[in-house]
Design a protein around this ligand. Structure first.
Ligand code: GLN
Length: 231
């Protein structure tokens, strides 16, 4: 009793390493598009929060078990998830793409995956897409909790390919992660800020209002331009 909405410190879960949306800078501070959008919106709307970088699947699980109030983690707004979560307005467009080691000349299309191992990240849209074509192209799936471990499996040659979100893979390649994209992007969903269905409705409303405001005042564009350069 005696608590006013102003005392609320929302627990907001995020991924651990999903650059340029969330990652640690050289001092160990969390930075990235999601982190800065959340910060700008909280300032605009005057709410407090604690950021919990848990990993993608763990962040979603924390939301599900009421240990987090919301997730911002490059989380795709899918029809299936909309049954369980309420999403904000979309704040970034995405899609899924296949990547292979930069030196790999053998794997160029899904047909080339026949009998091979393919790395995916637990609970993601990339994993769901790979699962949906697995029977057709007859490959084996290897699951990882974090994007960097998934890339590492491809670099070391255990897996021949991985499926990742296009903006994340594009950024990683530009940073020299040792991979390359070999297929067209599959149509994917846009990213949204998620709360449990019919819970934290006030927080979701503040996020949506703040998103409109930071788009209007130029802050949103400033954040995107800081991390993503259009060539
Ligand atoms: N956008 C993907 C999804 O929502 C991946 C998110 C992530 O790995 N952080 O499933």
């Amino acid at each position: 009793s005696g608590s006013s909405p102003d005392d609320t410190v929302y627990k907001i879960a995020t991924d651990t390493t999903f650059a340029p949306f969330e990652f640690q800078d050289s001092s160990g501070n969390y930075v990235g598009i999601d982190i800065e959008i959340l910060e700008a919106i909280s300032e605009d709307q005057g709410f407090k929060y604690e950021l919990n970088p848990l990993g993608f699947n763990a962040a979603v699980a924390a939301l599900e078990s009421n240990q987090s109030d919301a997730v911002i983690a490059g989380m795709s707004i899918t029809e299936k998830r909309e049954l369980v979560y309420d999403f904000s307005a979309p704040y970034y467009d995405s899609g899924v793409v296949m990547a292979v080691s930069a030196s790999n000349e053998a794997i160029k299309k899904y047909e080339d995956l026949d009998g091979k191992k393919v790395a995916v990240k637990v609970g993601t849209e990339g994993a769901t897409f790979a699962e949906s074509i697995q029977d057709t192209y007859d490959f084996e799936l290897v699951y990882f909790d974090e994007s960097p471990f998934m890339y590492e499996d491809v670099i070391t040659g255990n897996s021949v390919a991985c499926f990742e979100d296009y903006p994340v893979m594009g950024y990683g390649i530009s940073q020299g992660n040792g991979l390359k994209m070999v297929t067209e992007m599959e149509k994917g969903s846009s990213y949204g800020f998620a709360v449990l269905k019919d819970k934290n409705t006030e927080l979701l409303e503040m996020f949506n209002t703040g998103l409109v405001n930071i788009k209007e005042n130029g802050k949103y564009k400033e954040i995107i331009d800081k991390y993503i350069s259009v060539e």
